[in-house]
Ligand binder design. Structure first.
Ligand SMILES: Nc1ncnc2c1ncn2[C@@H]1O[C@H](COP(=O)(O)OP(=O)(O)OP(=O)(O)O)[C@@H](O)[C@H]1O
Ligand SMILES: O=P(O)(O)O[C@@H]1[C@H](O)[C@H](O)[C@@H](OP(=O)(O)O)[C@H](OP(=O)(O)O)[C@H]1O
Length: 282
């Protein structure tokens, strides 16, 4: 039985006649191929990435597993439509806290049309992309049974300032309510979620070391998803913090050149997160 995902935080969403992803109880995430070249491009990326022997095994864990494509009844009621069959990166979690961070100061690729470049450039300027090298695209933070999730709408997230980004990265790892803007985030989970040998910072650094070397792909407009379970911490279980890259509709060939756009954004994000770990009380 296919349904609209409970925990999607950004991108095209299913519902009210709109084409968006579906999930089922098999642990798969079905992303409809997007219109124009975007859909075929994303399939081509997953296909070539999954068979490219130059990609180190330890880097593959940062990408959702790819299981080909499948024709499904589209969420917008338009009939059968091809979907990418991906690992659902949140299905095993109960109330996941999620951040979708679009990496790179420019989300447009050099070969794009003038019209597409100006559309993206406008968005990169209006948001934090141009100045920070990344922007938050979407989020949901679990508070408690009483407060549920903090999930600001797309417009609010797109208008985040540098301070809002800093604050969101602190709220993500705080035990106190993310919904109440009068409460200072306590960052009490910074050391277990961001820090430690299996924490998000260590994972980002491992990913960065690959980006310092790889010249195969350039990942324009791609996101790092950060996920963990807050309730597990309260139960004394492993909150299993994880990063995964998603959205490969605009990946281009690296042609022997470092992906400095992605790498720069990643370094900037790492610095923001390191600051929370080293000085959680700031
Ligand atoms: N493999 C996955 N498992 C679970 N959730 C996912 C997965 N891939 C994407 N998502 C969810 O869907 C959202 C959008 O994903 P994605 O960026 O791939 O879609 P998009 O429609 O291409 O976005 P955009 O409009 O930014 O181009 C993510 O923020 C995340 O919440
Ligand atoms: O950041 P937001 O507000 O979610 O805006 C979307 C985001 O910039 C996507 O990257 C873009 O898809 P592409 O990267 O594929 O262009 C999409 O364009 P679209 O509406 O034309 O699909 C935008 O609506």
């Amino acid at each position: 039985m296919f349904k609209v995902p409970d925990h999607q935080v950004a991108g095209h969403m299913a519902g009210a006649g709109a084409l968006g992803p579906l999930v089922d109880d098999s642990g798969h995430f079905y992303k409809p191929l997007q219109s124009g070249e975007r859909g075929t491009h994303e399939v081509a990326f997953y296909t070539s990435f999954s068979t490219d022997t130059r990609v180190p095994d330890q880097i593959r864990k940062f990408f959702p597993a790819f299981h080909g494509t499948r024709d499904l009844e589209a969420s917008d009621g338009s009939g059968m439509h091809p979907h990418l069959v991906l690992e659902d990166i949140v299905s095993s979690r109960i109330n996941p806290s999620i951040l979708d961070i679009k990496i790179g100061s420019s989300t447009w690729y050099p070969e794009a049309s003038e019209a597409y470049i100006s559309k993206c450039l406008e968005k990169d300027r209006e948001t934090c992309s141009l100045t920070l090298g990344f922007r938050i695209s979407g989020l949901q933070f679990y508070g408690s049974k009483e407060t549920g999730f903090w999930k600001p709408d797309r417009k609010s997230v797109n208008s985040f300032t540098h301070d809002d980004v800093r604050s969101a990265l602190r709220k993500f790892v705080s035990s106190n309510s993310p919904t109440n803007s009068d409460i200072e985030p306590d960052c009490s989970y910074a050391s277990i979620i961001y820090g430690g040998p299996d924490g998000i910072l260590a994972q980002l650094l491992e990913l960065k070391s690959w980006f310092e070397d790889q010249t195969i792909f350039h990942f324009y407009s791609c996101s790092v998803m950060m996920v963990y379970d807050k309730e597990s911490i309260l139960k004394g279980e492993n909150p299993n913090p994880q990063i995964k890259l998603v959205d490969f509709a605009h990946v281009t060939e690296g042609k022997g050149v470092i992906d400095h756009n992605f790498l720069g954004g990643l370094c900037s994000l790492i610095k923001f997160i390191s600051d929370v770990v080293t000085d959680p009380n700031k």
